[in-house]
Design a protein around this ligand. Structure first.
Ligand code: PMP
Length: 528
């Protein structure tokens, strides 16, 4: 009956139960600035200092007064939210503003074209689709030049200016039963067969170990975490994952996977087989600071290696700034700080100001294929509401000579100082502190060999950081989460309005957690 259906929990009940085991299934009833409000069982509200920051979407705080006021205004003015297939001057202004800021940060003026979407994963998929469209077009051009070579070889044999030798036939595994026109036709048929096979093979992607690029059918194959990726392996093209800081591994993957298209040429009176590098790799995906992979900062040296490697093999670089971008590290693009230049960028999260759902994929002019605009779209993308909100976000970031970026740096440094102090006091508990600006992570040492049975148990559960987060929420009114693919690392991504008092509250909470871990007081840490 409908009554029982209403009572039954049907919106991801299992996830709620899992959160419950770690004491995290609370209901937030209000949010403002850097604070979320929980209502407890007897109806009283209490504030929680938010260090999860909407997983990166509220760099400007919850319900920023100017963003909220602007949203109200847009609705009052009856902004045409759904007017697809018309001129979208607001989206154009947004693309222009993003370009202006990016040109400043990169000190380059090649434009980036913008394709809008609704979520982070969608922007990643748009980048991947565009890269594949571009790859297909490059393959077609390559096949055109191979064809021209084949025709020239045929002509050279026909007019007697070149002959077919055993060497070319052996190279293609063709038994030469004839000579002249017939022989060159046999070579050509073998080449076409091989090339067709090569062209039909799916592309490969390159991505970093620990990388996270979304959970949709295509993007999840670029996300390293096996739990998310492997069940859906057969749905989309595969990535080869390379470790950080290892140019040798890049070269080894390339050596293993590289392919060529074959062709023919008439040289010195002989028909010779030619090789043409085939674009096996569709794109290289990289986060300047890995978010879900444990807040790992890409080194400047490895950024350069990736850039040079991709230039060498003509593989576009997709810089995924969905978590790191939009001012969080003191710049619109965190990658600009390590000298990484993307052929593509993806931005989302704070782009929507904490209230709209918006993402954008940017492609540099050199790689841009305008046909993409005809074949890719979403009902909801590029709408007036989210575009205007995103423009307001950029206005807030850029105001007063970029005061918000400086604030992200300054608040980030204050947060970092607290985490560094904990690491110094508890080297036996804290393994590492990483990040930049308002994207910081604190990694705990593994507790799977702990003397406390509760700690051994939560370490084995795969939810270690979630239990620590539960304790921080219950006892210290601090909201934080581990990163999705590295659950021993707690992530801190507060808004630029995080106060010293809130940083103190976080420090006190983490100090308590570290003390309990040092004492092996697993019972206290997990007590409801
Ligand atoms: N890329 C990165 C770097 C991310 O951090 C995320 C989300 N955590 C995504 C892509 C996917 O974004 P969304 O959840 O909006 O699909």
């Amino acid at each position: 009956t409908s009554a029982t259906a209403a009572e039954r929990e049907l919106a991801e009940p299992y996830l709620r139960q899992v959160l419950d085991t770690a004491g995290l299934a609370v209901e937030y009833v209000r949010a403002e600035g850097n604070t979320l409000y929980v209502r407890d069982d007897d109806g009283t509200e209490f504030p929680v200092a938010d260090f999860a920051g909407g997983y990166g979407s509220v760099l400007l705080g919850h319900h920023h007064p100017e963003i909220t006021a602007y949203a109200r205004q847009l609705l009052a003015e009856h902004t045409p939210i759904h007017a697809q297939f018309s001129r979208h001057p607001y989206a154009n202004r947004l693309a222009g503003e993003l370009n202006r800021i990016i040109a400043r940060e990169l000190d380059e003026d090649e434009p980036y074209y913008a394709i809008f979407g609704n979520s982070g994963a969608e922007a990643v998929e748009a980048a991947v689709k565009h890269a594949e469209l571009d790859r297909g077009m490059r393959v077609a051009e390559l096949l055109g030049s191979v064809d021209a070579g084949l025709a020239a070889a045929r002509a050279a044999v026909a007019d007697g200016s070149a002959t077919v030798h055993g060497e070319a036939a052996a190279r293609l595994g063709v038994a030469l039963a004839a000579d002249g026109d017939e022989a060159v036709r046999l070579l050509e048929a073998a080449i076409r067969r091989r090339n067709e096979e090569t062209v039909a093979s799916p592309p490969l992607f390159l991505a970093l170990e620990g990388g996270f690029h979304g959970k949709l059918a295509g993007s999840v194959q670029l996300t390293h975490n096996e739990g998310y990726r492997l069940p859906f392996k057969s749905l989309a093209a595969q990535a080869r994952f390379v470790p950080h800081d290892s140019p040798e591994d890049l070269n080894a993957v390339y050596a293993r996977e590289r392919r060529v298209l074959l062709g023919l040429t008439a040289e010195n009176g002989r028909i010779t087989v030619t090789e043409h590098a085939f674009p096996v790799f569709c794109a290289f995906l990289v986060e300047p600071i890995q978010g879900e992979g444990g807040i790992r900062v890409l080194s400047r040296a490895f950024a350069r290696e990736i850039q040079e490697f991709c230039a060498r093999i003509d593989c576009p670089v997709v810089v995924d700034e969905i978590q790191s971008g939009m001012g969080r590290t003191g710049a619109l693009l965190a990658s600009s700080r390590v000298g990484l230049r993307g052929d593509y960028y993806t931005l989302a999260k704070t782009l929507g100001g904490g209230i709209a759902k918006a993402s954008v994929m940017l492609v540099r002019e050199k790689r841009y294929r305008r046909d993409f605009e005809i074949v890719h779209s979403s009902t909801f993308a590029k709408d007036s509401f989210s575009s205007h909100i995103a423009l307001k976000v950029l206005e807030l970031l850029e105001r007063d000579g970029g005061a918000a970026y400086r604030r992200a740096e300054e608040r980030g440094a204050a947060l970092r100082a607290k985490l560094d102090a904990l690491r110094a006091e508890f080297p036996d508990v804290v393994a590492d502190v990483r990040g930049h600006g308002l994207m910081q992570g604190l990694e705990f040492h593994d507790q799977s060999e702990a003397s406390s049975p509760e700690l051994r148990q939560i370490a084995a559960s795969g939810l270690f950081g979630y239990f620590l987060a539960g304790h921080l929420l219950r006892r210290h009114r601090v909201r934080t989460f581990p990163t999705a693919s590295a659950v021993s690392t707690l992530r801190f991504e507060p808004s630029i309005y995080v106060t010293d008092a809130e940083l103190g509250q976080l420090y006190a909470g983490l100090h308590d957690v570290c003390t309990l871990l040092r004492k092996q007081a697993g019972d206290e840490l997990t007590a409801a």
